[in-house]
Design a binder for this molecule. Sequence first.
Ligand code: 13P
Length: 269
Amino acid sequence: MVNEFEIKKQICDIGKRIYNRGMVANNDGNISVKISDNEFLCTPTGVSKGFMTPEFICKVDRDGKVLQANAGFKPSSEIKMHMRVYKERPDVKSVVHAHPMYATAFAIAGIPLTQPIMPEAVIALGCVPIAKYGTPSTNEIPDAVSEYVQYFDAVLLENHGALTFSDSLLSAYNKMESVEFYAQLLYLSRQLGGPKELSDSQVQRLYEIRRQFGMTGKHPANLCPNNKEGKPSCHNCGGSCASKGGCASGASEELVKNITAKVIKELGL
Ligand code: 13P
């Protein structure tokens, strides 16, 4: 049985962290948590996420319709974006949206975070693609994010910000921190003459570590190694097919191959 009040307090704490770390300005950003198949807690629209108290938090159903909200509060204007992630990624329990300075600068410049520059970023995120620009609050953003949602737990939103999701609120927030730290290091190393990138084999070793740790979520390391050898592969195996000697995917081999090729091409892997 989930303690809703406790989760509301946690959302307020994460809101404070996002605000205090300068990952949002003004009333920007939004946070949601799945508490059952058809119940989600989310931040209200138009308030500073740094000064929320539990009574601010709204409850919506899987279509984003209000189940409970105190007078004066309405769910985030970006609730459709959150709901699309939950719909398409049943493993996700929390979604965080913010506008961290460096990650958003990359999103504005149209530069995805693809350079392998430090082990932690490679293991935690792999790379971070950019979902094409959409007008906030419309279905354009959910549609754009949907392209990447099966392969990553973090995406930049073109000319807008960043979106992270995971199996807990803290983990979704931590991914946002990792995205911003990665973007900041990438920016600074570019000022210092350009990063010295990790080699392909160093990256593959880090991916293998991620697979061995059985880390949850979606990540480029999940792109099945079998694919590289021209064998059937899938995105659902979490990379475990490397050790189990094959993927058990219901998806058609052709479809999976096409999607894999598209993602690898887009990421320049
Ligand atoms: P809300 O206050 O409606 O959640 O919107 C903030 C935001 O950052 C929109 O992108």
